[in-house]
Write a protein that binds this ligand. Sequence first.
Ligand code: ADP
Length: 495
Amino acid sequence: MSTVSRRILLAASEIFPLAKTGGLADATAALGAALAQLGQDVQFVMPAYTQALETVVDLQPAIALPVINGLEGGLVLPARMPDSGVPINLIDIPALYRDGGGLYVDANGNERQDNPERFAALAQAISHLALGETGLAAFDIVHCNDWHTGLVPLLLNNFSHHPPASIFTIHNIAFQGLCPLALMPALGVDVPGGRIDRIEFYGQASFLKAGLEFADELTTVSPRYAEEIQTPDFGFGMEGVIGARRERLTGILNGIDTTFWTPLRSPWLAASYGPGAMGGKALCKQWLQQRLGLAENPAAPLMAFIGRLTWQKMADVLLEAAPAYLAAEGDRQFALLGSGDRSIEEGFIHLAKAFPGRVSVNIGYSEPDAQQLHAGSDLLIHGSRFEPCGLTQLYAMHFGTIPIVRPVGGLADTVVDVSPETLALERATGFYFIEPTAQAMLEGIDRAVALYRQPERWSTLQATAMSQVFSWEKAAVSYLRVYDRALAGRAASRP
Ligand code: ADP
């Protein structure tokens, strides 16, 4: 691998710890930090949400942006990340990103009506920045992530005859950034060659499709998902677009940031522990049981769920399976942290009332609570109907908590199912269930609980899970190869 330094602009709508709704934020932050570690000249760009402005450090004087879609007064606010120190550019456009509410939903939890305006303006600002039109030096590579930045590769081609190389990463193909085609002129989107079909999706415009069509290279967050999204079952209608560009598509597994996600020195845990020194995990479990009002029984199997309570995460199926899981043996426990569909949230609240001392349900979002659950639990249930990569199973394994997963996408690529052979070879790291049904899920859980009751074999399984390395450095090296391919493609297309 060459040590050439490329000037890379890493663009996303959320970057941890400035803003986060899911894995996108973790992945983008960690990739930027890993690229910087590899000596790359990398900068982030994202919207200047209020929380982001409050979290960055070393804020520099503002740089004016050109008028974007009639919106005057737009600014680039250069600063640095509080943890990695990587430079970040916050895009501040009046009325678009600083009005409270969620990142994509309003205060009532409804999709924001002005999302097309917000993210079309963001894409324009990123394009100006990338091309060196704001006073900062131009970038060699613009790496866009998910639909929020999908228009960037298209706009770069509109704005310049020699644009930087563009990469588009799919973190979740189900989110497609759809809006009326008629909005495009007002959003400043002029499709090259009048080829409106290149952004059209069943009569609407799709920001995601723009990224898929116009980026020089495509990546997604696991090799298995790269295959799956070329099929109707997982492509959400984009399988044809992806299939046509499959030569340009690479699957690169996300890593995890083990400086932050670590049972060895997390500030939020009752005790620290690690491979070969697992005593602290028992203390974390006892502390968790006490805090959550669960029976304080060190031998009770404690299963956690952490994540969005949505169809994708099979939260509906988990709710259906939970009573039978609890009924099977009187000491089984369950702790949930998450939020999402209202009816599913209510179902779990009801479950907690029905099983006092055995079920804890926390409807909310909290990093400390998530780490405490990873540390104090024995099992993590992560059933997904589709899963681009999935991070919670990686965090769980690192914390010696055994995942029970449906082997789709990144779950299949990162978890090895327990069998007599994989256990004997010390390769097993978790349990699979195949069908997306409560029955199959329960069978997977039963297999896991049965092994949990054999402490010696369980310790071996935990040790194997904890020894897995999901390295961002390795991922960053793979991204550099993709960047170089995109640069080579650009150079070859020049007259
Ligand atoms: P997705 O991005 O599809 O939601 P991932 O597993 O890739 O799923 O990433 C989810 C990320 O969000 C993980 O870092 C997980 O720990 C975190 N997370 C999800 N829900 C919560 C919650 N309620 N509280 C704290 N962290 C959460």
